[in-house]
Write a protein that binds this ligand. Structure first.
Ligand SMILES: NC(=O)c1ccc[n+]([C@@H]2O[C@H](COP(=O)([O-])OP(=O)(O)OC[C@H]3O[C@@H](n4cnc5c(N)ncnc54)[C@H](OP(=O)(O)O)[C@@H]3O)[C@@H](O)[C@H]2O)c1
Length: 271
């Protein structure tokens, strides 16, 4: 049995599947896990998979389907959620109040925002629970999330859409940057496959160095950029009129807005 007891996953696609992979590789007993997914496709040895919720009540139910599926899925799972069930939702945008309306009997509800690197224990998980920081369910949820990477509680639910944009979507933005770095090198004459390898290794090495260094990333950038040198010439392009900072802020703002739209759609669909 897991620290969270009987664990049900409602949906096990890219994101919930990445979480489950890490939990299993960190020692979670597959017999404690039940996956419910319409396709009924197998997930991992020893993990029970059902196309519809089986009889019973889990100790922890993780909602891992798309936000657009909430209105359809909630009535099927709600009868399996009781006062001893902790409900954890990874649905982008969808607010606690909406979840509480859909699962009125749940003992506790916590929003979690993971990202795909949790599959290798290098992810980020933002958490926000309706009971505040001292709620008893928080310790159970935090313990379950611990093997996934950096786990932090968010002070204000209003910030959850930004957390989703930065950490939840963030890997996609960085994957784009890796591709752009490689494509830039290829455009200037490197063999595309070699440029792609160098780009990925450069980003990997820089991220690991930044993670281990005491100096902040801005200081590390200064260490690379000799006065009057070539890095300085490149940074001048990124920094001109705050080009990179503005692009990234606009990127996060667009993703944040979309999360808010999905929250509204979920409110409307479950009203
Ligand atoms: N992808 C990310 O990086 C990421 C990051 C953070 C949060 N999220 C959140 O994670 C959730 C899932 O995203 P995803 O990218 O993992 O999507 P996905 O790969 O399409 O997976 C969706 C899962 O939901 C299942 N499903 C569909 N209808 C269902 C129903 N009525 N009842 C139960 N399960 C149902 C699907 O079942 P089948 O497998 O049988 O088709 C599938 O397993 C979303 O709410 C998203 O906001 C995603």
């Amino acid at each position: 049995m897991s620290a969270a007891g009987r664990l049900w996953l409602a949906g096990c696609g890219t994101m919930a599947g990445a979480m489950l992979r890490r939990w299993l590789s960190s020692g979670l007993d597959p017999a404690a896990v039940t996956v419910v997914r319409p396709s009924g496709r197998p997930v991992a040895p020893g993990v029970a998979v059902h196309a519809a919720p089986p009889a019973g009540t889990p100790d922890l139910l993780l909602l891992g389907f798309k936000p657009q599926k909430l209105a359809e899925a909630a009535p099927r799972f709600a009868p399996h959620v009781g006062p001893d069930t902790i409900l954890v939702s990874i649905l982008a945008g969808v607010e606690l109040a909406t979840l509480r309306r859909a699962f009125p009997a749940a003992g506790a509800i916590v929003r979690a925002m993971p990202n795909t690197p949790v599959a290798i224990g290098e992810g980020v998980v933002g958490l926000f629970g309706e009971g505040g920081p001292e709620a008893p369910a928080n310790a159970t949820v935090a313990a379950l999330m611990a093997p996934l990477g950096l786990v932090e509680w968010i002070a204000d639910e209003a910030l959850f859409d930004v957390v989703t944009a930065l950490a939840g979507s963030g890997p996609a933005f960085l994957f784009r940057f890796i591709d752009a770095l490689g494509a830039g090198g290829a455009a200037l004459g490197l063999a595309p496959d070699q440029a792609a390898r160098f780009a990925l290794a450069t980003v990997q090495g820089a991220a690991q160095l930044a993670a281990r260094a005491e100096a902040p990333p801005a200081a590390l950038a200064e260490q690379v950029a000799s006065p009057g040198g070539s890095t300085r010439a490149g940074l001048a392009v990124l920094d001109e009129a705050g080009a990179l900072a503005r692009l990234v802020e606009a990127t996060l703002a667009a993703a944040t807005r979309r999360n808010a739209e999905m929250a509204q759609a979920a409110r409307d669909a479950t009203a």
